[in-house]
Design a protein around this ligand. Structure first.
Ligand code: SAM
Ligand code: SF4
Length: 439
């Protein structure tokens, strides 16, 4: 009988890639992925710890597995990713129906751990951080792809220790993958028909730092752009303090590089940026935005904002509002501050009532919604190049793809266009997507 597994993924692009690796590894030991937890013998959650809400969501979903385990005690239930890394073995005590905990450096051990549980019917945990040499051997090199667009990991971990952020604690120190390996994976994906590559890491801008003889991120980008078959390149995430002049120049002269940059600012106020340990101030950030717009006038930016950082006053928050008006981001991803155990910000005094934070948050969304609406409305009536990613879920000859600004466009067309760059006239702009006509 075929063995089956069910996997849910939470969080950022790093977890998405780890989950792709989990699928490959489990395939190697005879497990086939299924869409329903009820159909699986192995149930896995790949979790995110960046905010309390994400952690609670993971525990909520874990709780849904309990009745299944009660009905069939032979089920294996596992929890991996950032929550597993932070909470470790104690999760096995807290959730007695949980069999397996695997941390962010131990995805590769999944087949062995599952195997051991199948044989012994005991519990297993693997949450050790690995040394640099071992990690370098373990960068996920994914096999097979029918997708038009894929992530390729260029670095892992983070050394920045922004005071609010748990990532350095749960993902470990920063390491860069050798550029030869990155290029080999990109060539491999291109040969399988992948047209768009997104280079990923927690802070891709510091790629290669401290590695003798390695190229920097701008150099890596130029090498990836030279790979035949790849039509578009994106990258994420960028830290403003490491955004170099060379990287900014890439937006002006690499045709394949999409004209979109996600550049998390977090706050528009210098005192708060200082408390956050971000390593730049408002003026420096605005200088980067000006240089980017000069190198590539069509560029559109997106960002992350944290509202309600400890000690943030109404006046501090106003600086974030004026920054949004000044930069005019196409989109923002906004979060209420969530204290994370082990981070510096979790220790700071925080006397702003939750209701005040929420009111600021809502006010910010009203402002940004209007800016985003105006930004996307600029496309209406214009011809835009769209990379077709697939057929829409609604079917009926509907295709979807993205513009260079990462905006989803739905339009009618034949399925043969999947994987091609096609001209589409945008006819309507909605909150999260656009409608167009193939030209
Ligand atoms: N490495 C990226 C960077 O430097 O921006 C992203 C890291 S994190 C996974 C994504 C976003 O989550 C951050 O940019 C930040 O806005 C938000 N975030 C991180 N920690 C947070 C916290 N404790 N509370 C609220 N938001 C948080
Ligand atoms: Fe977290 Fe800062 Fe590292 Fe991003 S750069 S992962 S926000 S510590």
């Amino acid at each position: 009988m075929n063995k089956t597994f069910y996997l849910e993924t939470f969080g950022c692009q790093m977890n998405v890639v780890d989950s792709e690796r989990i699928v490959d590894l489990l395939d190697g030991i005879g497990y086939r992925q299924v869409e329903q937890a009820q159909q699986a013998q192995l149930l896995l959650l790949n979790t995110c710890a960046v905010r309390d809400k994400a952690v609670r969501k993971a525990y909520g979903h874990l709780g849904r597995f309990k009745p299944l385990k009660d009905a069939d005690p032979s089920l294996i239930i596992g929890l991996g990713g950032c929550v597993a890394q932070q909470e470790g073995e104690q999760l096995l005590k807290e959730f007695p129906y949980l069999d397996l905990v695997f941390g962010t450096h131990n995805v590769h051990r999944l087949p062995e751990l599952v195997d051991a549980i199948e044989v012994r019917r005991g519990k297993a945990a693997a949450i050790d951080f690995l040394d640099r040499e071992t990690r370098l051997q373990l960068f996920p090199n994914r096999i097979g792809s029918e997708a038009v667009s894929r992530f390729v990991t260029v670095m892992q971990g983070c050394d920045n220790f922004c005071s609010f952020c748990v990532v350095p604690i749960v993902r470990g120190r920063e390491i860069s993958r050798p550029s030869a390996e990155v290029l080999a994976e990109v060539r491999d994906l291109a040969a399988q028909g992948v047209r768009e590559i997104t280079l990923i890491g927690q802070n891709v801008n510091s790629y290669g730092v401290g590695v003798s003889g390695e190229t920097d991120f701008a150099g890596l980008l130029r090498q990836v752009a030279a790979v035949d078959g790849i039509a578009r390149i994106r990258f994420t995430t960028s830290h403003p303090k490491d955004l170099s002049e060379e990287l900014i120049a890439c937006f002006g002269d690499i045709d394949k590089l999409c004209k979109h940059l996600h550049l998390p600012v977090q706050s528009g106020n210098d005192a708060i940026l200082g408390e956050m340990n971000r390593g730049y101030d408002r003026q420096h950030y605005l200088g980067l935005v000006a240089k980017l717009k000069q190198a590539c006038p069509e560029i559109r930016l997106t960002t992350d904002i944290i509202v309600g950082f400890p000690g943030e006053t109404g006046a501090d928050f106003s600086d974030t509002m004026t920054l949004l008006e000044e930069v005019r981001y196409a989109e923002i991803y906004s979060f209420l501050f969530s204290p994370r155990r082990g981070t510096r910000a979790a220790e700071l005094a925080d006397d702003t009532p939750a209701a005040v934070k929420q009111e600021r948050f809502d006010r910010m969304l009203v402002l940004q919604n209007e800016i985003s609406k105006q930004s996307w409305a600029r496309d209406v009536g214009q011809l835009r190049e769209v990379l077709v990613e697939g057929e829409s879920r609604q079917g009926r000859g509907q295709l979807f793809g993205r513009t260079t600004w990462n905006r989803i466009v739905n339009f009618s067309g034949p399925p043969e266009l999947v994987g091609k760059l096609v001209p589409v006239r945008v006819t309507k702009s909605y909150r999260n997507s656009q409608l167009g006509e193939l030209v």
